[in-house]
Design a protein around this ligand. Structure first.
Ligand code: FDA
Length: 396
């Protein structure tokens, strides 16, 4: 490594959501912090999040909204830094916000305000955010870490891995966090794409012809169930309901979709009684976009007026509509995944401090860790909460 190291109390790798929050709080505690960021500017994922308005938290965020090999791991950090704490910060900076739906909070203006807020929270003289930093080596020598970036050595007794996950590689996302973890002997839970569109083939391919059609559904994978919109795409299925269940889906499994989720179990029989001249197609058109209603009616194969259809056939049709099975062929992969499931094993970390049990001074926060939130502001809440838990624990 090069000589004349720059000495800090903590080095944070990655100026994303978790890294910036951690650096800001550590700086406010009086620590000298270097944030080394590979990209030319900080917070790139924050900037594109929530369609440019950043869904920065969810007022209902709690441990039950996260997937992890250890579902208890996130509890401590989430309890100590709550959605209200982040709302207070946003309001302190005069950033206007609104709830869009399902507890999801967005900026009225732009995600840029969140990045600027985090930078403004980093006290001058305590936090150096160094962009375009190409980290080429990391080593531990005694009780200090050395990081080589652009020919400069940065040295500190604390090293925080906050480099996120490999989702959206075209934005520069990599599996760097996992490489570092492995270098220090920490286990990594196999990463896979999550909050990601699913692809369809085989018999389901017909649905791809309905590309662009969106409708509220209940989507299920395993025990998970979400009532949100589904979107049919030229590759398969997307939309919030599908992204949510994609995190629970495993290759080879089916997912279930309830079309017309608000309907009673025997709604087609009820309709037969009330309006025997109606058809399955006309009934579906009352609730679904026409193209989808027509395709489903065709697949059900009941073209006659309801009055001429046996009750059993209508009961079976309603049942099928309530649990339409799809067999996804896969996902659209890390290229389209909003987050990564898996990552640095929580078994390696303290849930109080995010410090590696076996490597004193080494910490991991945010998406790099095997804690993954639902869609809807939960992932940022984890980034903030884990960043704060770590920052409060860093030793001077
Ligand atoms: P994050 O990815 O934010 O930051 C990691 C940083 O490390 C990056 O700046 C990266 O450049 C840097 N880095 C990587 N390798 C490095 C290296 N070798 N050396 C130095 N730096 C390196 N969540 C949510 O709650 N609400 C939302 O609205 C959205 N919207 C959304 C939209 C899209 C399109 C995506 C892809 C994702 C979201 N998310 C989201 C998810 C959210 O963006 C994500 O969970 C957090 O950004 C994770 O924060 P981290 O700080 O852990 O990683």
């Amino acid at each position: 490594m090069a000589d004349t190291p720059q000495s800090y109390d903590a080095i944070v790798l990655g100026a994303g959501a978790a890294g910036l929050m951690c650096a800001a709080i550590a700086g406010q505690r009086g620590l000298r912090v270097a944030v080394l960021e590979k990209a030319e500017k900080p917070g790139k994922k924050i900037l594109i999040s929530g369609g440019g308005r950043c869904n920065f938290t969810n007022i209902d965020a709690g441990p039950g909204n996260y997937l992890s090999a250890n579902p208890h791991f996130a509890k401590s950090a989430l309890a100590r830094y709550t959605p209200q704490d982040f709302i207070d910060l946003v309001e302190k900076h005069g950033i206007a916000w609104h709830e869009k739906t399902l507890g999801q909070l967005f900026c009225d203006g732009s995600a840029k305000q969140i990045v600027q807020m985090l930078l403004d929270e980093c006290p001058d003289g305590f936090v150096d955010v160094i962009c375009s930093a190409d980290v080429t080596a990391v080593a531990k020598d005694g009780d200090r870490f050395g990081v080589l970036a652009n020919g400069q050595v940065y040295s500190a007794p604390n090293l925080v891995i906050a480099t996120g996950g490999p989702s959206i590689p075209k934005m520069g996302a990599t599996g760097f966090a996992y490489e570092l973890a492995r270098q220090f002997g920490l286990k990594v839970v196999e990463p896979r794409p999550a909050l990601v569109p699913l692809t369809l083939g085989g018999e389901d391919v017909l649905f791809r012809e309905l590309s662009g059609v969106s409708t509220p559904v209940r989507a299920r994978a395993g025990k998970a169930s979400f009532d949100e919109a589904a979107l049919l795409t030229h590759k398969g299925l997307s939309g919030p309901a599908i992204l949510q269940v994609s995190s629970f889906w495993r290759p080879g499994e089916e997912i279930g979709i309830t079309f017309v989720p608000q309907a009673e179990t025997d709604w087609l029989l009820d309709l037969k009684r009330d309006n025997p001249r109606a058809t399955v197609r006309s009934a579906l058109r009352e609730h679904l976009p026409d193209r989808l209603a027509d395709a489903l009616a065709e697949k059900l194969g009941i073209e006659r007026e309801l009055g001429n259809v046996p009750d059993k056939a209508l009961r079976d049709a309603a049942k099928k509509l309530a649990d339409w099975r799809f067999s996804p062929t896969g996902t659209e992969g890390f290229a389209k995944a909003e987050v990564t499931i898996g990552g640095i094993s929580t078994a390696e970390l303290s849930s109080q401090t995010m410090e590696a049990r076996r490597v004193p001074g080494l910490y991991a926060i945010g998406e790099a860790v095997d804690v993954t939130g639902w869609l809807g502001g939960y992932n940022f809440q984890w980034a903030w909460a884990s960043g704060v838990a770590c920052a409060q624990a860093l030793a001077t």
